[in-house]
Write a protein that binds this ligand. Structure first.
Ligand code: FAD
Ligand code: DHB
Length: 388
């Protein structure tokens, strides 16, 4: 098989890149290790920045997101049992949309299939090769048969545990990482929304987040031990913990309902550079991870592939490589700011078991400062909506 761009991984990064390239008349093949049903059902992120919504809309895959996604103009910061609204639109002129990642995936897969795009699911043994020359390729097994795609470029969109980053030459690589001593316990619940807007709550028992999916399905998270097991958390224990952390001095209570999904997410900050070597490029989680507190993961994946698609377009249209050559530097400007914001918001909102009483007071004073100062609240809001 031959194509112009071989893409490994059908997450938001790989699928969107394939679609953006198609819109420019550039051919690609996407290789995915899981099944279509599996990628369309995996519950992950939920928040899209305005800029991500614009990119999806321009790419012609924003129709359902506009109809079914919920536009949010603010969120609440809660601490000491009180809520303080961060007026995103009032402070920045922008908003965010809550639209689940697996719905973005469904829209992108449908668009690729409708356009006759080549998506190969359930491939195994994927190995990129020849990336230091002008004729890179990917070998893999599909339907029990060994296969090979020859391409002009190989793009690794295969997430943190993929094969693309390890295929990069070791010389000159730098990995920066921080692993947090906590994770998030996430649940999906059948109930009406507890709140019109998201609530980020800081509590001495640990962080909690009230989010939503649809008018009848809600998404809730709470800080937990990353090595804990889902089986240790009965529904009653989960509700008791959420009520304790979200207790509010006006008597508001989170709405209970049938819990139909539970999972634990580990938390890390990670950036691997450079994001390119020869004809192999990395995009999204394959190159960087943020803790979920700032809701940046999917948005960063989208902005990486927007840059890459422009570089590839320039290569094919104008036979120039300057945008491809500056891809790592261009992408990292946004990535490091998002890394900073995600780290900062994680530190602000979580309970660190080893924090001294002094450090706990500093955390509390920082929250007080943010809600007392329009300037500090604006900085938070700008970062959250991605207003750069
Ligand atoms: P991915 O979505 O990881 O896609 C990579 C794809 O590559 C996958 O479909 C995978 O099956 C495939 N793949 C992997 N290896 C191979 C291989 N060898 N060959 C072929 N295919 C391969 N972000 C938030 O902002 N908020 C959240 O609440 C949040 N929750 C998350 C929960 C979990 C469990 C995880 C893992 C991530 C979460 N994130 C969250 C992060 C966010 O979902 C990611 O940043 C986003 O999915 C990145 O997109 P991507 O396309 O780069 O990678
Ligand atoms: C969701 C996830 C986040 O990481 C976040 O900060 C806000 C919302 C969500 O899954 O709904």
């Amino acid at each position: 098989m031959r194509t112009q761009v071989a893409i490994i991984g059908a997450g938001p990064a790989g699928l969107l890149l394939s679609h953006l390239l198609h819109l420019q008349g550039i051919e690609s093949i996407v290789l995915e290790s899981r099944s279509r049903e599996d990628i369309e059902a995996t519950i992950r992120a939920g928040v899209l920045e305005q800029g991500s919504m614009d990119i999806l809309t321009e790419a012609g895959v924003g129709e359902r997101m506009k109809k079914e996604g919920a536009l949010h103009h603010g969120f609440d910061l809660q601490f000491d049992g009180r809520r303080h609204r961060i007026d995103l639109t009032g402070l920045t002129g922008k908003a965010i949309t809550v639209y689940p990642q697996h719905e973005v995936i469904k829209d992108l897969v449908a668009a690729r299939v409708a356009a006759g795009g080549q998506l190969l699911f359930q491939v195994t043994d994927v190995v990129p090769g020849g990336v230091d020359g002008a004729n890179p390729y990917v070998t893999f097994v599909h339907n029990g048969e060994a296969a090979r795609i020859d391409a002009d470029f190989v793009i690794g969109c295969d997430g943190f545990h993929g094969v693309s980053r390890p295929a990069m030459p070791a010389a000159g690589r730098e990995d920066c990482q921080r692993i947090y001593p906590f994770g998030w316990f996430g649940i999906l619940v059948e109930s009406a929304p507890s709140s019109d807007e998201l609530i980020y709550a800081q509590h001495e028992r640990g962080f909690a987040l009230v989010s939503t999916r649809t008018p009848t399905v809600q998404r809730l998270y709470f800080q937990c031990d990353p090595s804990d097991k889902v089986e240790n958390w009965s529904d009653d224990r989960i509700w008791a913990e959420l009520h304790a952390r979200l207790e509010h001095n006006d008597g508001w209570k989170v709405k209970e309902g049938r819990i139909f999904q539970k999972g634990i997410i580990g938390m890390r900050s990670f950036v691997s550079t450079p994001m390119q070597s020869g004809r192999l490029f990395l995009a999204g989680d394959s190159a960087h991870i943020v803790p979920p507190t700032g809701a940046k993961g999917m948005n960063l994946a989208i902005s990486d592939v927007r840059l890459l698609s422009r570089g590839l377009e320039q290569f094919y249209r104008q036979n120039r490589q300057d945008l491809l050559q500056s891809y790592t530097a261009d992408a990292l400007k946004r990535i490091w700011r998002a890394e900073y914001f995600s780290w900062w918001m994680t530190r602000l909102m979580h309970t660190f078991a080893d924090a001294t009483p002094f450090e706990r007071q500093m955390q509390r004073a920082e929250l007080d400062n943010i809600v007392a100062s329009r300037q500090l609240a604006t900085a938070l809001a700008e970062n959250y909506v991605g207003a750069f």
